[in-house]
Design a protein around this ligand. Structure first.
Ligand code: 5AD
Ligand code: SF4
Length: 463
């Protein structure tokens, strides 16, 4: 079956599921989607909501009133997994009170065989568990379960073609996600993602452009291109274009909007890409470039394929080329075998680069990854102390960095209400958040703001 036929087949299942659900519940049923983890999951959940809408459900935020409850899970760190188990547990009472409710678990954590086995055994009230590459089959799963079929466990991970043209129900109205590729081939030794999301698969250029055009026509002003490693877009396909070319093509689309993207891998971040960010007016001045560790010894053990020198060269070039660049990064503290000397290399890199903001994590062993079996002699307490030291250093840097915005004029997309009455808030083309006088009528609009001061928040006046 081709992907168009698969989409049509799921559409037919959705219609049949809608009829069944209406009959069973005697009212329009409600569905609650609970999302854990990264933006990729948030984007996947928008597709789940699209399918659920096709199946006749309305979407609710309140689990207690839902007839269908789905947890879209994250496996990247242990803490995320613990939270999911706790949340699944709360559905037991709901299901007891109303056995017709359907409970589902999907996403990265669900993809792990050991998790699916545990749910099968210890959480009998969970009706379905399915993995990251079969979520397009949700209408079929609902139909089968509603028609009395047995519990569903589908962890198929065959790296087949991407199923396109699924329904989407986006969360936002002017900021939106646009996935351009799925999976990851990098196998960083600490990371579970390649095992739970499978091989890197790029979406077809025409499908991406069509979705971008749809979003622009619908009024989206801030579009974030998503992928585990966006700058290897196009690899392994015969489309003949790379990520920089893709950016240029989206930049050339008509309309007043902004393009963001995440995440980039330093090994695939080229000067061509940096030049493209510089040259494309709609591409925001933001580069999220995780370096993970400042120690070459640890980078090798992490299988990252770049060293500190190459990373610094790249960010220095980016800073030179892109005025007002916001640089952000991910860091892991306490990788197995990391010493305080290695950690100090991370700290010194942070001080040298002066990032706008950082996402910092204490290493969390993930079963099945190479790092999980590496010797890890440093205690959690010690790692915690390093972590605090890093946060403190970054706080000082961020405080200094934020002062640099004073006196500058930016194009800001108004995206929320401000912290004080009569004020609105928005982002510049990077990651700076600026507040200014205005009302809700400005939401989703670009305004030009001159930054005047900083007092916990950046304050500016609309020009
Ligand atoms: N432990 C801690 N942090 C991790 N990350 C990925 N895997 C782990 C892990 N096992 C972090 C990396 C990555 C971010 C999304 O999560 O920094 O860039
Ligand atoms: Fe994980 Fe590395 Fe792939 Fe990122 S690039 S998803 S850290 S394996």
């Amino acid at each position: 079956m081709g992907t168009a036929e698969i989409t049509a087949e799921q559409g037919a299942y959705a219609e049949r599921a809608a009829a069944l659900a209406l009959k069973l519940y005697q009212k329009t049923p409600k569905a609650c989607v609970i999302t854990f983890g990264c933006q990729q999951n948030v984007s996947d959940s928008e597709r789940l909501k699209g399918m659920l809408t096709k199946c006749g459900y309305t979407i609710t935020e309140d689990m207690n009133e839902a007839q269908f409850i789905i947890f879209n899970t994250c496996a990247v760190r242990e803490h995320a997994e613990d939270r999911v188990y706790g949340n699944i547990g709360t559905t037991k009472a709901l299901k007891k009170a109303n056995p017709d409710i359907i409970v589902a678990v999907c996403g990265c954590m669900a993809q792990r065989q050991s998790v699916a086995d545990k749910i099968k055994q210890s959480y009998p009230y969970v009706d379905m568990v399915f993995g990251t590459q079969v979520q397009y089959r949700l209408p079929e799963f609902i139909y089968k379960r509603l028609s009395g079929g047995k519990r569903i466990f589908d962890l198929t991970l065959d790296n087949g073609e991407i199923i396109e043209d699924q329904p989407i129900k986006r969360d936002g109205t002017f900021k939106g996600w646009l996935p351009i590729m799925y999976g990851c081939d990098n196998f960083c030794t600490y990371c579970i993602v390649p095992y739970v999301r499978g091989r890197e698969r790029s979406r077809e250029l025409q499908k991406i452009l069509a979705e971008a055009k749809e979003m622009i026509a619908a009024g989206y002003k801030d579009i974030t291109l998503l992928g585990q490693n966006v700058n290897s877009y196009g690899k392994g396909t015969d489309c003949g274009i790379n990520f920089a070319t893709l950016l240029r093509q989206i930049d050339a689309l008509e309309g007043d909007f902004r393009i963001r993207f995440m995440t980039s891998h330093p090994k695939d971040c080229t000067k061509e890409l940096i030049d493209t960010i510089r040259d494309c007016e709609k591409v925001s001045s933001h580069l999220h470039l995780p370096f993970q560790s400042g120690s070459d010894r640890i980078l090798k053990r992490m299988n990252r394929h770049y060293d500190r020198k190459k990373y610094l060269e790249l960010v220095n070039y980016a800073k030179e080329q892109i005025p007002d660049l916001s640089l952000t990064s991910d860091i892991i503290v306490g990788f197995p075998g990391e010493t305080y000397e290695d950690f100090k290399e991370t700290l010194s890199l942070v001080k040298e680069v002066e990032f706008s903001s950082l996402f910092t994590f204490i290493y969390s062993p993930r079963e099945g990854t190479p790092a999980a079996v590496m010797e890890d002699p440093v205690s959690r307490e010690e790692k915690g102390r390093w972590f605090t030291e890093l946060l403190k250093a970054q706080e000082e840097i961020a405080e200094r960095n934020i002062q640099k915005h004073i006196g500058k004029t930016y194009r800001v997309l108004c995206d929320s209400v401000g912290s004080k009455d009569g004020f609105m808030s928005g982002h510049n083309s990077g990651t700076a958040v600026i507040e200014f006088e205005g009302d809700k009528g400005l939401l989703g609009k670009f305004v030009t703001v001159k930054v005047n001061s900083y007092d916990g928040v950046l304050l500016g006046t609309v020009e």
